[in-house]
Design a protein around this ligand. Structure first.
Ligand SMILES: [Fe+2]
Ligand SMILES: [Fe+2]
Length: 321
């Protein structure tokens, strides 16, 4: 797989071109959704903060407590914006994933299921978009997970793509969205997220059912192992958005970032994430799981590795940074 990720970036950028709310196509889309009983939220006074410091584990963190009120607000706004933008990009990738799977389906039932899931993802994106009003234009800052997903949809075979997106990511997304819903400060957004969680449970179940029916061959298994290896490494980089939010405020000294990582205690959270992923992928034969283990796929990075990967991660001006 190309580690330069150039294709993904250009695809991501062009794929978010919007025609605007007054466009005929947007109106037809909304009318057809309304016909099916789906209406998207209209937000007159969008908030900037939907999740507070507790949600991000910042309340007791000394680097957060010493900030001024204004700095705390800016830091939380950056993290909130990141969560909403990340959700929009993931939902947008969901369309493309399902479009690919419709083309690769081997039965009418599979094709119908993926077509229905594509409609769900469109509804999810348009339910979240109104909450991004007033925020910076949609962009994803240096988010390697989005690049990996985009590139997988573009380049990988159907079976490993479906396993990665539906079994792992959508399985993980269930826990992620459930927490976002539980901690959300806004009733309307909370309901939107609860609805997404219900749909995602079907998407995850659909991926498992396709895997049970079709299985994967030897070369696809090899592709899948590489994807799992990459995705588990990325799941252990979770403090990066918090670190980036501090850097945006001007706290970019490596010594400060080193202390920040230490106080965020990433190993505890990474271990939980890895254990959760291991449960999701235990559909694979034990021998494959052992191979992944031996390659270090489930190894938790130490603080220096987290800092190193943060400092060397490229920032592409085309998609933010
Ligand atoms: Fe979705
Ligand atoms: Fe989904």
């Amino acid at each position: 797989m190309n580690s330069e990720l150039i294709l993904s970036e250009s695809v991501l950028k062009s794929n978010f071109e919007q025609l605007g709310p007054q466009s005929t196509i947007q109106r037809i889309f909304e009318q057809s959704c309304a016909q099916r009983g789906m209406n998207f939220p209209k937000i007159d006074n969008p908030r900037k903060i939907y999740w507070d410091a507790d949600h991000y584990g910042l309340s007791g963190l000394k680097q957060f407590c010493v900030l001024s009120i204004d700095e705390k607000q800016k830091l939380l706004e950056a993290l909130n914006e990141f969560n909403l933008h990340e959700a929009c990009f993931v939902e947008n990738l969901g369309y493309r994933f399902n479009a690919k799977m419709i083309l690769h389906s081997k039965s009418l039932e599979e094709r119908s299921m993926f077509a229905n899931f594509a409609a769900d993802e469109a509804a999810h994106l348009h339910s979240i978009l109104p909450f991004t009003q007033g925020m910076a234009p949609l962009k994803i800052e240096n988010q390697p997970m989005i690049h990996l997903l985009s590139q997988t949809i573009e380049e990988s075979s159907a079976a490993p793509t479906s396993f990665l997106i539906q079994v792992i990511l959508e399985g993980f997304g269930l826990a992620h969205y459930s927490t976002l819903g539980k901690n959300c400060l806004d009733d309307v957004l909370q309901k939107v997220i609860q609805k997404i969680v219900k749909d995602e449970a079907f998407h995850h179940a659909g991926g498992k059912a396709v895997f049970a029916l079709r299985g994967i061959n030897e070369s696809e298994t090899k592709e899948l192992e590489d994807l799992i290896f990459q995705v588990t490494r990325l799941f252990c980089q979770w403090p990066h958005p918090t670190m980036r939010a501090f850097v945006k405020l001007g706290f970019d000294d490596p010594r400060f970032l080193r202390n920040l990582i230490e106080d965020l205690r990433p190993q505890e959270k990474s271990l939980l994430r890895i254990q959760y992923i291991q449960k999701l992928i235990d559909l694979l034969p034990a021998e494959k799981l052992n191979q992944l283990q031996n390659r270090g796929a489930f190894q938790i990075p130490d603080n220096e590795e987290i800092l190193k990967s943060f400092l060397k991660s490229p920032i592409n001006p085309a998609i933010g940074g």
